[in-house]
Design a protein around this ligand. Structure first.
Ligand code: UFG
Length: 410
């Protein structure tokens, strides 16, 4: 009996079978497309043997999952990870999230389920833990692709704690690359960054631009990780990779159920800006108005996080359908549009009707003057385009901040 309950709870936790208590719930699930058929039984009744019970669960799983490919998402409860999980599920992937929750909350899994109607499997494991990761792959046979978001990402902190950054960001990738062939995983999508270009000589920057010396240990981990992947594939490892170089991801899911939740005082522009608009921070500091740009403030390519998430789904399909031109491919994931900090503030005020308190202060050490993407390779080759307007994107960021207030989180 105990064994049967364990199996039952495990399958419920993985979203493979549903726990319902009355007929209305069943009707609701069928009407909403969450279940295709049901077999009623009571797992606590001892008339059903474990073998029968598992066969029933398996039938349901096959019926519901069909031939859904399984993707493992490292850092899947984080900001970009959670949005990507939703888009993968919407596209028919079955998702296993692995996250150590060092910079995210466990209830993100509930919110993903609220949005997509599907509960992703969740394992609280650190990607640094080789045996732990080995066990996750063994527990979910058939994982075909990995998206690796699990990394530390605060530029300033990386200068203070370089060894922590090198360990977290390099060892986690090495673990995954070592485990992939053992478990038959075909492809990995790596979260790289436009930070690898430093201050580009030509704008907009293309994938062919030279890699500049990194400004921080964080940036260096992105460059080294790209090299680690290239060297591994060149050595004959039977894996495929896509390196996505993100520009500046901002905004939140239109439902405002998931979004960016920075710990402590935000280092990045948008969370600082929305927290200021909310009155949590007194004033936004604009770091420098004496740059060689039209209004003197820095220019970035701000991309809506849901558009960015969709690029991952296309990249995953591309690997698993054998559509790659090379075993390692690189794509800029940006909008192609540069906006200055002051333009962004104006756009926020216009889009939300909220007035922002800000002041110009000195430059921030290590900031790049201006960078924006030439995304044409991704547009043409992936058939992907970031097409959400900056106004809609900023409204989504504001809606998320309002949601955090309503929930009493911030
Ligand atoms: N900025 C301000 N005031 C703030 C915060 C930021 O004026 O309070 C300015 C910055 O000077 C910069 C722009 O807003 O010009 C964007 O700054 P962010 O900190 O939001 O992002 P960065 O462009 O510095 O990007 C860095 C890394 C990326 C990484 C990203 C998110 O270079 O690789 O942070 O972590 F992806």
């Amino acid at each position: 009996m105990e064994e049967k309950m364990q199996v039952y709870e495990e399958l419920v936790a993985r979203g493979l079978i549903a726990q319902v208590t009355n007929e209305e719930e069943i009707r609701d699930m069928v009407n909403n497309g969450k279940a295709t058929f049901y077999i009623g039984f009571d797992p606590t009744a001892d008339s059903l043997h474990v073998g029968h019970f598992m066969a029933l669960c398996l039938m349901k799983r096959l019926q519901e999952a069909g031939n859904k490919p399984i993707a493992l998402i490292g850092g899947g409860t984080g900001y970009i990870g959670s949005h990507t999980v939703v888009e993968l599920q919407n596209s028919g992937y079955e998702v296993v999230i692995v996250d150590n929750l060092s910079n995210s909350r466990a209830d993100v899994v509930d919110h993903i389920e609220q949005i997509s109607g599907i509960r992703p499997a969740f394992e609280k494991v650190d990607c640094l833990d080789f045996e732990g990761m080995d066990a996750v792959f063994a527990k979910y046979p058939g994982i075909k692709g990995i998206i690796h978001f699990a990394a530390s990402k605060a530029v300033g902190e990386s200068v203070q704690k370089p060894l922590m950054y090198y360990r977290n960001n390099l060892v986690s990738l090495i673990n995954l690359l070592e485990l992939m062939p053992k478990h038959g995983v075909e492809g990995i999508i790596f979260s790289s960054s436009c930070t690898v270009y430093g201050q580009p000589d030509h704008l907009p920057v293309t994938e062919a631009a030279p890699i500049k010396k990194a400004e921080s240990p964080y940036g260096n981990t992105k460059q080294i990780n790209e090299e680690i992947i290239r060297d591994t594939v060149a050595s004959g490892s039977p894996i495929h990779a896509i390196l996505l170089r993100y520009f500046n991801p901002i905004g939140a899911h239109p439902t405002a159920l998931i979004g960016e939740l920075p710990n402590g005082v935000p280092q990045n522009l948008i969370p600082y800006l929305t927290q200021t608009a909310m009155g949590i921070r007194e004033k936004l500091s604009v770091f420098g108005d004496d740059y060689n740009t039209p209004d003197g403030s820095c220019i970035r390519d701000y991309i809506y996080v849901v558009d960015l998430a969709k690029a991952h789904v296309i990249a995953m399909d591309r690997i698993l359908n054998g559509k790659q031109k090379d075993k390692v491919e690189v794509f800029n994931i940006g909008t192609g549009r540069g906006l200055s900090v002051l333009e962004l503030i104006n756009a926020f005020e216009a889009a939300t009707g909220v007035k922002l308190n800000y002041q110009i202060v000195g430059r921030r050490a290590g900031d790049i003057e201006q960078v924006w993407a030439d995304p044409s390779y991704a547009n043409n080759e992936l058939g992907w385009k970031a097409d959400t307007s900056i106004e809609e994107t900023l409204r989504s960021a504001w809606k998320w901040q309002l949601h955090l207030r309503e929930e009493g989180i911030m």
